[in-house]
Design a protein around this ligand. Structure first.
Ligand SMILES: Nc1ncnc2c1ncn2[C@@H]1O[C@H](COP(=O)(O)OP(=O)(O)OP(=O)(O)O)[C@@H](O)[C@H]1O
Ligand SMILES: [Mg+2]
Length: 413
């Protein structure tokens, strides 16, 4: 009879333990003496530190790699105010060795000796990365809209400036021919022109540097047209890329997509590599042109980064090759680079969202994840690669060839 309350108490305690272990947060209790009184299973996983190695030890002496200054400050503030204190993004080293972020809150433990605190921590790395990605996507979307608007506005003036320069070029050519005829006439000894008039004409030709004008004007026009063509290509590419593909799939010329992408990536590429294209005639594939170009652009930018890194290390300029061909009922694009190569140890992770070896600002680790989702999930294709460290990498993008619908129209294809 007497053991019933004790049994009840024990059961209550077990219940509490079970409840606590169900909390998905790392839960750490630190006593007034600064020693660890509780170290939950999630804390074990989060900090890669077993409860046996933490319990009873001074909290401050634990081998946790995080921003101790921030945590110490929070504990001090919590004790002083006897109120909870929250820390939003505390940098820490994750169990897998990577850098992570923790959301931490410190709560005073009431009752008992004052000074005890309960620390709760949850890994928010992925959430933060997602938020950043979302913010980036939103920024890119509004930038895309802006770019599309600007491109649209530029399209018309560029067109008529091009036309006008071409017109001036032709007019100049014809006027030159006419001028040559007049000069031939003047040079004819049978034609009599007073000497002083002849001299005045020669002086005028000299003042206006006629010979130079005749030679240079066509060159200036040709050069202008070349520059305008370049601007027009960029504008075209911007308009292509900015078009969202919410609609139905359409026939896509992959070679054209390659050329557009190269214009977009020109800036990334030109300092680090030569580009070689080897584009075979291809049957069209059905797809979302904008998404496919986005995927391609990610592959090309990766290649440019890889040759850039190699260039920085060895001083050797790189080569980026893009080859297209038909393989059975697929078309294949091979994007090769003579860059750093992908180390064996990370090959299985490169398609993971957020996996990146690049510093903040240069990469978010989304490129290949997006490319894969576009190619594999949205187009039923495949994306694979071969790589040799120190020599380079080739990505193979394969898409099924558009088949003429057998037995009448099929809906939505
Ligand atoms: N052609 C390549 N050569 C060498 N390494 C590559 C190549 N392509 C991808 N990688 C490796 O794979 C990682 C993941 O690539 P991914 O394109 O997904 O992300 P990222 O380039 O780092 O960032 P983001 O594309 O989002 O700007 C890169 O950080 C890099 O280490
Ligand atoms: Mg990338």
């Amino acid at each position: 009879v007497r053991s019933a309350p004790r049994r009840r108490r024990r059961r209550a305690q077990e219940d509490t333990e079970r409840l606590l272990s169900a909390i998905a947060w790392a839960l750490i209790a630190v006593g007034a003496d600064g020693r660890v009184a509780r170290w939950s299973a999630v804390a074990e996983q989060t900090f890669a530190l077993a409860a046996d190695d933490a319990l009873g030890r001074p909290f401050r002496a634990l081998p946790i790699h995080w921003d101790w200054a921030a945590v110490d400050g929070a504990i001090a503030r919590c004790r002083a105010a006897a109120a909870p204190v929250r820390l939003d993004d505390v940098p820490y080293r994750r169990a897998d060795g990577g850098e992570g972020l923790l959301g931490v809150s410190v709560h005073p433990i009431r009752g008992g000796r004052p000074g005890g605190v309960l620390i709760l921590g949850a890994d928010v790395t992925d959430r933060r990365a997602l938020e950043r990605q979302l913010a980036l996507a939103q920024r890119l979307e509004s930038l895309g809209q802006l770019a599309a608007g600007v491109a649209h506005e530029m399209n018309t003036p560029i067109q008529f400036v091009c036309d006008n320069v071409r017109f001036l070029q032709e007019a100049h050519a014809e006027l030159s021919r006419l001028l040559a005829a007049y000069r031939a006439l003047l040079g004819d000894p049978a034609v009599t022109v007073p000497e002083d008039r002849r001299g005045a004409l020669a002086a005028a030709e000299e003042t206006m540097e006629l010979a130079y004008l005749l030679e240079e004007a066509p060159r200036a026009a040709a050069q202008s047209l070349e520059g305008l063509e370049r601007v027009a290509a960029i504008v075209r590419a911007l308009r292509h890329l900015a078009h969202p593909d919410h609609g139905a799939m359409v026939p896509v010329d992959l070679n054209q997509a390659v050329l557009t992408t190269l214009v977009m990536a020109r800036n990334e590429i030109k300092r680090v590599a030569e580009v070689e294209t080897d584009l075979a005639e291809l049957p069209p594939v059905t797809g979302h042109p904008g998404a496919l170009k986005h995927a391609l652009l990610n592959l090309v930018v990766n290649a440019a980064h890889a040759v850039g890194d190699r260039l920085a290390a060895t001083g050797a300029r790189g080569r980026i090759g893009i080859r297209s061909r038909t393989v059975g009922d697929h078309v294949e694009l091979a994007i090769s680079d003579t860059g750093t190569g992908i180390p064996e140890a990370i090959r299985h992770r490169v398609f993971d969202p957020f996996f990146t070896t690049k510093p903040v600002g240069r990469g978010t680790g989304q490129g290949l994840a997006i490319a894969r989702s576009v190619v594999v999930e949205r187009h039923g294709g495949t994306l694979s690669f071969e790589s040799e460290e120190g020599r380079g990498t080739t990505f193979y993008l394969r898409l099924p060839v558009a088949r003429p619908a057998a037995g009448g129209q099929r809906d939505g294809s």
